[in-house]
Design a protein around this ligand. Structure first.
Ligand code: PXG
Length: 463
């Protein structure tokens, strides 16, 4: 393609997009003015845009492309499945080979007490399923008054009415009168932003004890469940202090409530285990999953159901009046099966635990020496940088989020996808990223910080 044809093609797609496409979580007005970046190809950790620029995909698509882009094996598996049976449902006493095989496979990877999975189309509807399932569980247990689900401020559990209610994003709650009744939020373990001088250990304990306090306040006989991501992803890769889960485990062990570990981001190797819960020794009763289950090649999610809950739902005469047309979609299941086969064959989970995870952490956290970075943290293959106007204080820039967006633009210009959450920059690369590519990612991040710092210094925003 000559440069001109490329430019015309890009312009045409941008115009169509601006005219007709309502994007998720985007300011439509600004997007139409600034124009969408058109991504046309993916291979390994690399994306190519319609102008031929190569961009390192530091966000693994959207926290999901564990095995990297462009895996022909998955395309072939989906093609084969679609040629045989593109769609059939799993209602009315029917199943099909990929759904049955995937149910067995995914439960075989989970802790021993997980032997059942309910399939969904993604993570939001997995959490809607959780919302209804925990209430049905307590109804069946003869405790229908146990309805309230406790979650955390700044959690992300999805965008549907129930999952956005479970989430703790205030901006989302502000639209459409959320949360639904019966959801209670407690404070999160975000040490950098909220500790106010407390040391990490004491802060972690205090934030964990907030659960016990909330249960006492609401009444244990009214509380159905606690839901939490092992590490908050979209919240800004919030790695809790070591004391946090240690203390929470004690509280959960003493209380008669269900524990839901949202594994949509932390699952499938992200923290160097099949499930993020295993990293912290958690013992959930339910685990919503999605994203890395199929590496995003086709949409699929689910809820992993422990024996404790499955035995109750499986009682004679009990029917869960719940399901999606695409629960266990054959092509999505085929994509997931092939994806899991690759993760196992290439030992990607072990690689994150023992090789590329530690290497990434070592390289990434060096960015903490940059004048713009108040804290650099990493866990598994996720990393965050807290941007601040002056070190060592935890004080933030005025106009929260503006600096993050400036940095994100510079990052794209340096051929790196980094996402901003307010003024925190985060990455979560594919699990197949090589050592050289980690070096490349960190070099691009540093160059991005340098130009961002220059711009902020010139604008008089530092100090
Ligand atoms: N739970 C968690 C922990 C998630 O991160 C969902 C549930 C919902 O999954 P679906 O498949 O319905 O999107 C998510 C999704 C971001 C971003 O900008 C994060 C997600 C989705 C979209 C954007 O960080 N996480």
């Amino acid at each position: 393609m000559t440069a001109n044809i490329k430019a015309n093609q890009t312009g045409r797609l941008q115009a169509l997009d601006a005219a007709h496409h309502l994007h998720p979580f985007s300011e439509q007005f600004g997007l139409a003015r600034d124009k969408s970046r058109v991504i046309v190809k993916g291979e390994g950790v690399w994306l190519t845009d319609s102008d031929g620029n190569r961009i390192l995909d530091g966000m693994a698509g959207l926290w999901c492309v564990q095995v990297g882009h462009g895996r022909q094996e998955i395309a072939d598996a989906v093609h084969k499945q679609m040629s045989e049976l593109a769609f059939y449902n799993t209602f009315f006493k029917t199943t099909h080979p990929p759904a049955a095989e995937l149910a067995e496979k995914v439960t075989s990877l989970a802790p021993d007490n997980f032997n059942k999975v309910f399939f969904t189309s993604g993570g939001s509807d997995a959490n809607d399923t959780v919302f209804r399932m925990v209430r049905l569980y307590w109804d069946l247990m003869g405790k229908p008054e146990k309805k309230t689900i406790i979650s955390r401020w700044n959690a992300y559990h999805g965008s549907t009415v129930a999952s956005a209610s479970l989430g703790g994003m205030k901006a989302m709650h502000g639209q459409g009168d959320l949360p639904l009744p019966g959801v209670h939020h407690i404070d999160q373990p975000y040490w950098f932003d909220e500790a106010d001088g407390m040391d990490p250990e004491s802060f972690g304990v205090a934030r964990a004890r907030a659960l016990g306090e909330a249960i006492d306040e609401l009444g244990e006989d009214k509380v159905a469940a606690f839901i939490a991501e092992p590490v908050q992803g979209a919240g800004a890769v919030i790695v809790p202090p070591d004391s946090y889960w240690r203390e929470l485990k004690k509280i959960l062990a003493e209380r008669d409530i269900l524990f839901v570990a949202d594994e949509v981001i932390c699952g499938f190797g992200r923290l160097g285990h099949w499930f993020g819960s295993e990293h912290f020794g958690l013992e959930p009763d339910l685990m919503p999953i999605a994203k890395g289950l199929s590496s995003g090649y086709l949409p699929i999610g689910g809820v992993m159901v422990s024996d404790k809950v499955a035995d109750v739902l499986g009682r004679e005469g009990v029917e869960f009046f719940h399901g999606y047309t695409y629960s266990g979609h054959p092509a999505s299941c085929a994509a997931a099966l092939e994806n899991l086969r690759i993760i196992e064959e290439e030992k990607l989970v072990e690689r994150v635990a023992g090789d590329i995870g530690p290497y990434f952490r070592e390289r990434w956290t060096i960015l903490g020496d940059h004048p713009l970075v108040g804290e650099a943290r990493a866990i598994g293959l996720m990393g965050a940088l807290e941007l601040v106007p002056a070190k060592p204080s935890h004080r933030r820039f005025e106009d929260a989020g503006k600096v993050g967006l400036i940095c994100r633009e510079h990052s794209f210009a340096h051929g790196l996808v980094m996402r901003s959450v307010n003024d925190t920059m985060i990455v979560c690369p594919p699990l197949i990223i090589s050592h050289d590519e980690v070096d490349d990612l960190v070099a691009r991040a540093r160059a991005t910080l340098d130009v961002t710092l220059d711009e902020l210094t010139r604008a008089g925003k530092m100090g």
